[in-house]
Ligand binder design. Structure first.
Ligand code: AMP
Ligand code: ZN
Length: 139
């Protein structure tokens, strides 16, 4: 994709502080780093979001994410770590090329994700599980 900032980084058309790459994935420092060590794990092909990943690419990304998280942990020794990934504008995605945030976390570091717990009744959880199981069975 000619107009995609992460494709440009993959193609080395714009600079980035790359920490890791292999055939399918690349990891580099987030330019807007929330905390020191904030790293992005990115698919090399232009895949917009999680729905575009085949099983092989999903597995490679999970492997790179775990590997980078371990390295960030070793390098920065934070007491916590968020692994965060957004799909679509309502979910907070701003760069429409699949990426995972690896963010070292410290107490009261200001990063906040509002999580409005609804505690739905058991019947509602069961009905929602049935919908997802039917979708999984359909492929
Ligand atoms: P998201 O909001 O989950 O789509 O995250 C996109 C992230 O990409 C943000 O945290 C940005 O700071 C980061 N970002 C945007 N442009 C660049 C760039 N050129 N190099 C590194 N990170 C970038
Ligand atoms: Zn792209």
């Amino acid at each position: 994709m000619t107009d995609c900032v992460f494709c440009k980084i993959v193609e080395r058309k714009i600079p980035a502080s790359v920490v890791y790459e292999d055939g399918e994935t690349i990891a580099f420092m987030d330019i807007g780093a929330v905390n020191p060590g904030h790293t992005l794990v990115v698919a090399k092909p232009h895949v917009e979001n999680v729905f575009g990943l085949d099983d092989t690419l999903a597995a490679r990304l999970a492997q790179t994410t775990a590997r980078v998280a371990r390295a960030v942990q070793r390098a920065f020794q934070p007491p916590g770590m968020s692994v965060y990934q957004a799909n679509g504008v309502p979910a907070g995605q701003t760069v429409m090329h699949y990426h995972v945030h690896v963010v070292p976390r410290w107490e009261k570091d200001g990063m906040d994700l509002v999580w409005p717990v609804k505690n739905p009744p058991r019947e509602e959880l069961a009905a929602n599980a049935e919908k997802i199981k039917a979708a999984l069975a359909a492929g």
